[in-house]
Write a protein that binds this ligand. Structure first.
Ligand code: FAD
Length: 392
């Protein structure tokens, strides 16, 4: 009997697990099902460039089906709950005739790759002031920010973090660096102020990266305030306040909204109070469960919520499932996640640095250069041909 591998989430992590297992296992060994709520695969890193109109040539989404191995069954539907005691998942699907049905899908191996969701309700003022603040953490947000920036003629732009953890820790720094470049090119930099508000005692969680970024912020005249844990946003008075007692006025506010894990996994009792899944740091098994793995943004792992981490983790989970189905022992080296992450840090003006690190080794980012900027731009375009397929 083929083993049933069920993957929830067709983002970068879930898609790689599906494709790598499908290539390695025949249909007599495994039946692979990927369930995704929308059936669209989103490339979120492209959203960073949208506000500055520099996303040309970067595809932001593709149908998930077009990225999957032909032996992976794609179910487009919303997972409502996971029932570990029954080893099944409940999915709500809309049929061709418009009828909505709830189905139970059994599994032998389950991979939770459900990502994160934005939770503006967790920061007072965001829901009340909807439409009066901006973000680039959603397609709609990034497009609306693009039109706000196109009308901006000078003033103070403030970037605040709504809560930790959030997706792609370098993105807010990248945003203010790219904003500096954009305002300079439009000849309104001298009439503008950029202020970066960060909750930690330095401008980035990892010290070596903060040491690289701080002098660049200084050189570019980008103001920053650390120990700024955003407490509320008042879109009437146009101020953002911190738990530490600071109040910062703005003309245009960009917020990284608070993040949480997805509701269905939380409601299934598989998460901590913020919705993140307690995950073994090397085997990626969900703590206290058998045959269930978690990867990517959905986990509580102490690594960046990044596509890169999801990518490395997906390879490990796929290899562990393949080994288990073949009755082999997982290898200590290639089937263990060591906290690997590799991402870029755009610093504006056609320069970038690169962050490579793992649980034991912090990054030693090189001086920003055109080389890494070009590499990142190349990656943004090559992604669709190599990453979801698990070819790298
Ligand atoms: C502006 C921005 C820039 C970024 N830049 C980078 C970068 O340069 N480098 C980098 O490595 N990372 C970057 N990231 C982060 C990266 O995009 C995410 O970390 C990555 O997409 C996480 O992958 P994932 O597979 O864990 O989850 P996701 O890609 O979020 O996929 C989760 C999937 O699960 C599905 N799903 C959720 N709930 C359900 C449900 N109940 N039922 C069925 N399906 C469900 C969703 O539809 C989705 O398709 C960036 C993010 C942003 C916002």
């Amino acid at each position: 009997m083929p083993q049933k591998i069920v993957i929830i989430g067709g983002g970068v992590g879930g898609t790689i697990v599906a494709n790598v297992t499908a290539r390695a296992l025949g249909s007599e060994d495994a039946q692979i099902t990927l369930i995704d709520a929308t059936g669209q695969h989103i490339y979120m890193p492209g959203w960073l460039y949208l506000p500055f109109n520099t996303a040309e040539g970067i595809e932001l989404s593709r149908p998930e089906r077009s990225l999957l191995h032909h032996r992976v069954q794609l179910l487009i539907g919303v997972v409502e709950s996971v029932e570990p005691a029954e080893r099944s998942v409940r999915v709500r699907r809309v049929l061709a005739g418009g009828e909505s049905v709830s189905e139970v899908i059994p599994y032998d191996y389950l991979v939770l790759a459900t990502g994160a969701r934005l939770a503006p309700q967790d920061l007072p003022g965001l829901v009340e002031g909807a439409g009066q603040w901006h973000d680039f953490y959603s397609l709609e947000g990034a497009l609306r920010l693009r039109s706000a920036l196109s009308e901006f003629e000078g003033g103070r732009i403030v970037l605040a973090i709504g809560g930790i953890p959030y997706r792609c820790p370098p993105a807010p720094l990248e945003f203010v660096f790219l904003l500096d470049e954009w305002l300079t090119k439009r000849n309104i930099r001298s009439r503008s102020e950029i202020q970066y508000l960060y909750p930690l005692p330095r401008v980035f969680p990892i010290e070596t990266v903060a040491e690289l970024a701080t002098p660049i912020l200084d050189e570019r005249g980008i103001k920053y305030e650390t120990f700024f844990n955003t407490e509320s946003v008042d879109t009437e008075r146009k101020v953002v306040t911190s738990l530490e007692g600071s109040e910062i006025p703005y003309d245009l506010l960009v917020v990284v909204p608070p993040h949480r894990g997805v509701a269905a996994i939380e409601a299934s009792g598989l998460t901590d109070p913020q919705g993140w899944i307690p995950t073994e740091r090397t085997t990626l098994e969900v703590k206290g469960q058998t045959g269930i793995y978690a990867i990517g943004d959905a986990t509580d792992l102490p690594v960046s919520k990044s596509g890169s981490a999801a990518h490395f983790e997906a390879k490990v989970v796929a290899r562990r499932i393949i080994a288990a189905i073949r009755g082999e022992e997982p290898s200590d080296q290639s089937d263990t996640y060591t906290g690997e992450v590799m991402c870029f840090l755009e610093t504006g003006h056609n320069q970038a640095s690169q962050l490579v690190f793992d649980y034991e080794h912090p990054p030693r980012p090189p001086r920003p250069s055109l080389y890494y900027h070009m590499e990142k731009q190349l990656f943004n375009r090559a992604y669709w041909y190599i990453v979801p397929q698990g070819l790298v």
